[in-house]
Design a protein around this ligand. Structure first.
Ligand code: SAM
Length: 249
């Protein structure tokens, strides 16, 4: 039926595409791709010959109106990104909100997402988590962001580029402490899939010493802030105590 379909694609292992994803990509009139050349390889691998159009951060708002035109002509459209779930640190937000505003259906398909896949095998608490996307590229911005998150009790999930992994781990040690439990998931679903798990300072050392750990695609996860594990005294109580003691002679 006439709708915008949000279709996740594999994050490495081509076997992770779903039967329904292939069906939808074959049936729609148009596939909006982040990069038509990149997705062209994936689509031809599955024998999908549907017409493609580019939708990236720079043309998304204009392209959205054009896609709404297609929907109004009765043509179904699919959105894919280079890898994983569209809109998750990828383009699509403006398109989806504009298509909904224009009154058309948006139909999501479930599928690969690096953050959720990495979290599921990390061993970190998964009952509550905060997906934070990419950390800022500049040190000041990165430290500010991490300081803001330092007392968040939820598991923190970051996307990371191999060029910045050492800098990001250094900032994590500085802002969250060298003992903060970190899990680094690299090349998930691919040949060199690796999970490193341990205190932040230890992971930093391992990654610094081994250039192989600075390659490929990375999800970085941090255990949430633990409220005075050792003493069982809530932070609020400690702060009140500090305030009171300042008033004492
Ligand atoms: N939309 C994608 C998703 O659903 O996961 C994420 C796109 S974002 C531009 C790319 C980032 O996702 C990479 O820099 C990396 O942090 C993470 N990523 C993608 N594939 C991965 C993989 N196979 N293993 C680990 N991290 C991956």
């Amino acid at each position: 039926s006439v709708a915008l379909y949000i279709v996740p694609t594999p994050i490495g292992n081509l076997g992770d595409i779903s039967t329904r994803a292939i069906e939808v990509l074959n049936q729609v009139s148009l596939i909006a791709c982040e990069d038509t050349r990149h997705s062209g390889k994936l689509l031809s691998h599955f024998g999908i010959e549907t017409r493609k159009t580019a939708l990236h951060d720079h043309n998304e708002r204009d392209r959205a109106q054009w896609i709404i035109q297609k929907l109004s002509n009765g043509e179904a459209v699919a959105l894919i990104s280079d890898a994983g779930t569209p809109l998750i640190s990828d383009p699509g937000y403006h398109l989806v909100s504009q298509v909904r505003e224009a009154g058309y259906n948006v139909i999501p398909l479930p599928g690969p997402c690096a953050a959720i896949t990495a979290l599921s095998a990390s061993g970190l608490p998964s009952d509550r988590f905060s997906f934070e996307g990419f950390l800022p590229a500049k040190e000041k911005g990165r430290l500010d962001k991490l300081t803001e998150l330092a007392e968040d009790p939820r598991t923190l999930i970051f996307y990371e580029s191999p060029h910045r992994i050492v800098h990001s781990l250094e900032s994590i040690v500085a802002a969250l402490g060298e003992d903060r439990h970190v899990v680094m998931a690299r090349e998930v679903t691919k040949t060199f899939e690796t999970f490193l798990s341990g205190p932040a300072a230890e992971i930093l050392q391992t990654v610094k010493q081994d250039p192989n750990q600075q390659k490929g695609e990375i999800v970085l996860m941090c255990h949430g802030h633990r409220i005075n594990d050792d003493e069982g005294i809530p932070t609020v109580a400690i702060n009140t105590l500090k305030l009171l003691s300042e008033e004492l002679p």
